[in-house]
Design a protein around this ligand. Structure first.
Ligand code: MLT
Length: 390
């Protein structure tokens, strides 16, 4: 853990986020939940919390990444992930470049590597990459001198989805405990019983979420027909079942996955009607969980298939909240990657101070002093925050 007061520590966690990696200096990436571990997940959840307050302001914008450029490069369809990353980057005052395969030189035969190097030459600090092939974000991290965020690579991983799901659960668990999220921490995850139902085999969401939930102490059950489970579950810290009705009474959360038709799931179920009958989440099935049972879905929902409209409309269905937390979680990830230079720990410990002060004039040491002063004065820091308009 780097010490911000260490004179050898060259990062300036100012609002200008003016850390520039020199050749040979490692950039930070978010490629997999396994990059984070429990500590990293907790760190990002607490940064995300700080941004929830920003999100509620009349002008939900801070200058933390002014001068930085974030490029979204999506080679697969997306609504929530791309728009929430772009919203997150703008709310941090970064410049945003949007790259889509259609309408670009990829259609003329330009390779992905050439495309990335071209954009990097324009001065991109972070690439948010979605690609149908597993491993592309990792490869990209070797090609360009920029931070890489995996926004979904094939059926492999989708780490920011797992983070936003954990942020959402943490909020609800804290509310139920009558505590703030900061007070509650991740205590509510210990022993939490989460059932993930649907097309686990093709789901990058499931892979990332299982890792994150396991790291936080939850117990995960996967429910699907054998044809939609991974070939081997040996390395997965889960139990598996083929019977949703049996799994639900002992579930605190039912997390529903979409059938990934674009990855061949339709050929793996006898018929949609049979799938709905055995695995579709209906109101009758939700009732098996008891009154506190929660429902989650990463979106896009296919109503009438994996989830009924009635369930999607229930208060206990957290889908809209997941989307809202998608923005704050992605703000946290971009901030963590770009605002802190080589010291991730400084970001978490100073997140509140960063949000409450004049970011342009602070150095890490100032931030530490500022947070101590505010605590001494009993202030929240809101009184000195100057949001940036535009
Ligand atoms: C994804 O990109 O994996 C989505 O968030 C979930 C889905 O497409 O079903």
């Amino acid at each position: 853990m780097a010490d911000p007061a260490d004179p050898g520590h060259s990062c300036h966690c100012s609002g200008r986020a003016d850390h520039v990696a020199t050749p040979g200096q490692a950039r930070r990436h978010l490629l997999s939940v396994s990059d984070l571990g429990r500590q990293g997940i907790e760190e990002l959840l607490s940064i995300s919390d700080a941004f929830v307050e920003v999100q509620q302001r009349a002008i939900p914008k801070v200058p933390a990444l002014r001068g930085k450029t974030v490029a979204t490069l999506f080679a697969e369809d997306s609504t929530r992930t791309r728009l929430s990353f772009e919203t997150a980057a703008r709310r941090l005052s970064a410049d945003v470049l949007t790259y889509g395969i259609s309408g670009s030189s990829a259609s003329k035969g330009e390779s992905l590597r050439d495309t990335l190097e071209t954009l990097a030459a324009m001065g991109v600090d972070a690439f948010v990459i979605r690609h149908p092939s597993a491993g592309v974000p990792l490869q990209a991290s070797r090609w360009v001198d920029a931070s890489i965020v995996n926004a979904g690579d094939g059926a492999h991983e989708h780490p920011t989805q797992a983070l936003l799901d954990c942020a959402t659960l943490r909020q609800v668990l804290a509310e139920r405990a009558g505590e703030s999220t900061a007070e509650h921490g991740v205590a509510g995850f210990e022993g939490l019983r989460v059932t993930i139902v649907g097309d686990v085999r093709h789901s990058r969401v499931a892979r990332s979420l299982v890792m994150a939930l396991h790291a936080l102490g939850a117990r995960v059950t996967l429910v699907a027909p054998s044809s939609l489970l991974p070939v081997s579950l040996d390395s997965w810290p889960v139990t598996a079942s083929h019977d949703l009705d049996e799994a639900l009474p002992s579930s605190d959360v039912c997390y529903v996955l979409r059938l990934q038709a674009e990855r061949g799931s339709s050929a793996r179920v006898p018929s949609k009607a049979e799938y709905v009958a055995r695995y579709g989440l209906s109101a009758r099935r939700v009732a098996r969980m008891g009154p506190d049972g929660l429902v989650m879905h990463p979106g896009p929902m296919v109503r009438g298939l994996e989830i009924s409209s009635e369930v999607a409309a229930m208060d206990r269905c957290l889908v809209r909240r997941q989307v809202a937390n998608g923005v704050t979680t992605r703000m946290a990830v971009l901030f963590w990657l770009l605002a802190s230079g080589p010291s991730p720990s400084t970001v978490a410990s100073h997140a509140s101070a960063l949000l409450a002060g004049d970011l342009d004039s602070f150095t890490p040491r100032d931030l530490e002093a500022a947070s101590v002063e505010r605590a001494d004065a009993g202030g929240t820091g809101d009184e000195v925050m100057e949001p940036v308009g535009g």
